[in-house]
Design a protein around this ligand. Structure first.
Ligand code: GCU
Length: 682
């Protein structure tokens, strides 16, 4: 499957609709680029490539404004010089404006960028409009990114394996070093840039200290060279004990002068070879990773020490809030992993340097199919924040189930935490707007691999695409993102678009239905691959992903009144809603409350009966995806048709495995039969 999947959404398929074609043939025949530096140069080449592929026309490259219609690409000051009539007003960095300007009797199609990246992003947007057959006659569009940080994290190990990666080995590393051939990293950067992603952290958050060795830094510089033409900055994850394990010091105490000097030498070495180096991501005191707590220091002590060195170079320090004790006491009814981020980071608010960003998973546990938003988003008023989303489908079916995650992410981003009794959505917080943070943004754990189609499941690419689009503009709807991706990836044929969109837009709900409903959390096998049912593997151990099921009832009591008190970490209005069963949404009930199996939901069903019904309905939906997909036979290329069909057949079968495992377990746990007689009768 070398060809079709490799291009992702940048296929630039030939436009066949005669009406669109006629319209687009009237586009200019030439392009002039006013600045020939690497990023705008990529934009020009991309425009030529896209137009050639979609319209079978080769654009003429002009050096100066020609005496005929032309595409004109440049930053604000260049446009001002060449075509003052076209100036779009003030454009922020990374922003762009697209317009058709009539001057000297000609039509100039102007792509103006607030900076070099803006030119590139504007060009990709124009190509996407062409690729989705929009009418360009009234071209007038001006866009700015929602926030400066729009990064992906890769969890690649230096031996070439990828933690929670489902599409082959690393495009970056092999055998302890950066790969000889890093050409795929440039192709990856192009995909990222096409949806406005401007940074990539190339190695696992469980970082190897060897990332800071001189040989490795040399290798990283080669990757950065591949990224640079696409405006993607390279960054790395670092292990805080590196001064000891790699540097040979006797300590890694972040306040020790020798430790500080060691880190400074590494930062200097990085910037000497990678002048646009983005910064560090830190996972510390988490799941066995070394951290400042070993020396009685705080996350702020460690973060600030590194941030001060990065600052003169414009680098940033992302410190992950995923810090928790994984040796919790199951018998302690007050113990609660969900509390950890708030308990640890809230007291540190205001103590971080201004180039530190706290990177927060959307929910307080770990990328589950449904979680409430993490309360720490409202708990940091004077500290920049980024939301961490998981593009790689670790807990959501890996590369075997079609699960479009944009609706899940939208629920988090749109959630209003009502801090200070005013509207403060998670999106507005991470954009930096709600609390006037200096920085902020979006991080997606992507984990693409060497497989030709990048993510294993052809439909998983919609999540990478959607991550970029949402990071750019979190107000886009799930439906709009699905539609765009489908048209660019498969076809503008309305039958294809509506079929694929239908599957995507129902897939999260279906997966939640057949794996774990009502906010129960993870019923997957947490001790091994995080794949397939492993119903009680989350109970009775120190990891704290508990749902506390017994014969009487199910769910974690996180109330202030009788439970772990977690609900008290939310701003009052939200806390009040979650504390009371009367206002508790069904979808999250078991995350917050322990209730009897025959407790009646707002939707009128009991918890046990809903559990049965949801799992049956989810599995039926999965089977329907398979049937729906068959409508595409002959309408798309055979290769992807067959690959996705095979996966959907598998998914519909695995959904039944999930359904039966959970329903049988729930029945034996509760002792209550299915009132429709399905469970336990085959
Ligand atoms: C999850 C995942 C780990 C990862 C961790 C993290 O727990 O299973 O592989 O290291 O998240 O985000 O740090």
């Amino acid at each position: 499957h070398a060809e079709t999947g490799a291009a992702g959404w940048l296929r630039y398929a030939a436009i066949r609709n005669p009406e669109t074609l006629r319209r687009d043939q009237a586009l200019p025949a030439g392009v002039v680029l006013l600045d020939r530096s690497p990023v705008p140069l990529s934009a020009e080449q991309e425009l030529v490539r896209g137009v050639r592929s979609m319209l079978d026309r080769t654009l003429r490259i002009d050096d100066t404004l020609p005496e005929e219609d032309a595409f004109v690409l440049g930053t604000a000051s260049e446009i001002e010089g060449a075509l003052p009539q076209a100036r779009a007003g003030t454009l922020q960095p990374e922003s762009f404006s697209l317009s058709v300007v009539h001057a000297h009797g000609h039509a100039y199609w102007v792509i103006e960028g607030g900076d070099a990246r803006g030119v590139l992003y504007g060009t990709f947007r124009l190509l996407a409009k062409m690729g989705t057959e929009q009418d360009l006659a009234m071209l007038h569009d001006s866009e700015s990114p929602s926030a400066p940080i729009r990064w992906v994290n890769q969890w690649d190990n230096i031996d070439g394996s990828i933690e929670r990666g489902y599409a082959g080995r690393s495009i970056f590393f092999d055998n302890g070093a950066v790969r000889e051939d890093v050409s795929r990293t440039g192709e990856y950067a192009r995909l990222l840039a096409s949806v406005g992603i401007d940074g990539c952290t190339v190695n696992n958050v469980n970082a190897s200290p060897k990332m800071l060795s001189p040989e490795m830094i040399g290798g990283l510089a080669r990757i950065a060279d591949e990224f640079r033409p696409w405006g993607v900055r390279l960054s790395i994850s670092v292990a805080l004990n590196s001064p000891q394990t790699l540097g040979g010091l006797s300590t890694f105490d972040p306040l020790n002068p020798q430790v500080i000097a060691w880190w400074q030498s590494r930062v200097d070495a990085l910037y000497a070879q990678i002048p646009d180096f983005g910064g560090f991501v830190v996972k510390a005191d988490s799941e066995g990773q070394p951290g400042p707590s070993q020396y009685g220091r705080t996350p702020a002590d460690a973060a600030n020490m590194l941030a001060r060195m990065l600052k003169p170079h414009g680098g940033i320090l992302l410190y992950r809030a995923f810090v928790y004790n994984h040796h919790l006491d199951w018998n302690d009814m007050k113990a609660d992993r969900a509390r950890a981020a708030y308990d640890i980071f809230h007291p540190l608010d205001g103590k971080f340097e201004d180039n530190v960003v706290v990177q927060i998973k959307y929910g307080p546990i770990d990328f589950q199919v449904r979680e409430p938003v993490s309360p720490i988003f409202a708990g940091l008023r004077k500290t920049s924040e980024a939301i961490e989303l998981q593009v790689t489908q670790e807990y959501t079916g890996q590369a075997h189930h079609a699960v479009f995650l944009i609706p899940l992410w939208k629920e988090s981003l749109d959630f209003d935490l009502h801090a200070d009794n005013r509207s403060t959505t998670v999106a507005s917080i991470v954009e930096g707007k709600a609390f006037h943070h200096a920085l902020g943004g979006f991080v997606g754990v992507a984990n693409v691999g060497l497989d030709a189609n990048w993510m294993g499941h052809p439909l998983s690419m919609a999540n990478l695409y959607g991550f970029g689009r949402l990071a750019w503009n979190p107000e886009l709807t799930s439906a709009a993102i699905a539609e765009e991706w489908t048209r660019l990836t498969f076809s503008n044929n309305p039958e294809v678009a509506s079929t694929v969109d239908g599957i995507l837009l129902h897939s999260w709900h279906a997966y939640e239905g057949y794996t774990g409903s009502l906010g129960i959390g993870t019923l997957t096998d947490i001790l091994h691959a995080h794949y397939g049912p492993g119903i009680e593997s989350a109970e009775r151990n120190g990891w704290g992903q508990w749902f506390r099921a017994d014969h009487q009832g199910v769910g974690m009591d996180r109330t202030v009144a009788t439970g772990t008190g977690y609900i008290g970490q939310y701003p009052p209005e939200v806390a009040k809603r979650y504390e009371s069963l009367a206002t508790m949404p069904d979808s999250l009930l078991l995350f917050f409350h322990h209730v009897p199996w025959n407790y009646r939901l707002h939707n009128g069903q009991t918890v046990i009966q809903y559990t049965y019904n949801a799992h049956y309905a989810g599995a039926e939906e999965a089977a329907q995806f398979m049937t729906d997909w068959k409508r595409l036979d002959g309408l798309i290329d055979d290769e992807r048709y067959q690959k996705v069909l095979d996966l959907l057949i598998y998914q519909s079968g695995h959904a039944v495995v999930w359904r039966d495992a959970v329903c049988n377990w729930a029945k034996s746990m509760s002792g209550i039969p299915d009132d429709r007689g399905r469970v336990g009768h085959y």
